[in-house]
Design a protein around this ligand. Structure first.
Ligand SMILES: [Fe+2]
Length: 273
């Protein structure tokens, strides 16, 4: 339960549980307007990508409902999969690969775009392969729409376009990732996960308060509101290196004490290799 109290230009204050949080005010970009090359929306996207590097994207009602249904399935599947015994989960481990099961600090399971039709999904993802892979491809369409819009806004011609390094028929490690990051009994025990993302564009869904970002100018840590019916997007290191857009420093955290399940669904657009 949260409530907005004070608004300012770049941050606002919200009451979450028994805490007052400084929360980032981020742009909300409409996907359909980008598809239609709306100049106001594309400018808004470029400014958000240059300034804080984090923004939200919304979709039309039909797509939004579809994503919401798929996420529900993904959260249930994640709950069931990560609760399995370790030896069972390790059957989905892939040495030296981005895809598969990982337990480096936090547990995750990733399906890469390139391998989606060759990967044997573990249960219960296998029983919901249609929804899982449809979500993966919806995510891929969203990030490619963002990439094209950013590339056009930057005025890059065809030979220098960002799409050249992200050809759908080229090899990449882009993928859909499910993460189990349960909260800690005490916020004092939350590990420091400060980082930037290494790829090009990241999509993130999480139903709970889980993310903090550092502002570009003042380096102040602000919470990110897990707004319903939005996907949180951030620019990552590769795009920053190619374009001067901002790959924001961020971390996973929790605003208050108490252990509970918490699942993330992410999509990582990574360049061709
Ligand atoms: Fe990240």
């Amino acid at each position: 339960m949260s409530q907005t109290m004070v608004s300012a230009r770049s941050k606002t204050t919200m009451i979450v549980g028994d805490r007052s949080l400084d929360v980032a005010v981020l742009e909300v970009i409409k996907l359909e307007s980008l598809i239609a090359n709306d100049p106001v929306e594309t400018t808004k996207l470029l400014e958000a990508a240059k300034s804080q590097g984090f923004f939200y994207v919304t979709c039309d009602n039909d797509l939004s409902q579809k994503i919401s249904d798929y996420l529900r399935t993904c959260y249930l599947n994640s709950h069931e999969f990560f609760a399995k015994p370790l030896d069972e989960k390790m059957k989905a481990f892939r040495e030296g690969m981005n895809d598969g099961y990982k337990r480096a600090g936090i547990e995750s399971f990733e399906i890469t775009r390139d391998e989606q039709n060759r990967t044997t999904l573990p249960s219960p993802f296998a029983e919901h392969a249609g929804a899982t892979l449809d979500l993966l491809n919806i995510c891929d369409t969203i990030v490619r729409t963002l990439l094209r819009s950013i590339s056009d806004s930057l005025g890059l011609d065809e030979s220098a376009s960002l799409q050249n390094a992200h050809r759908p028929d080229g090899k990449s490690d882009s993928g859909l990732k499910f993460v189990s990051g349960p909260t800690k009994a005490s916020t004092a025990d939350v590990p420091d996960t400060t980082h930037t993302d290494g790829g090009s564009i990241t999509l993130l869904w999480c139903e709970k308060w889980a993310s903090q970002m550092q502002t570009k100018e003042t380096k102040e840590w602000l919470w990110i509101d897990p707004k319903p019916n939005c996907v949180l997007v951030n620019i990552a290191d590769y795009l920053q290196s190619q374009t001067g857009l901002h790959s924001p420093v961020h971390r996973v955290s929790q605003p208050s004490d108490g252990v509970e399940d918490r699942y993330f669904v992410s999509y990582f657009l990574r360049p061709n290799h």
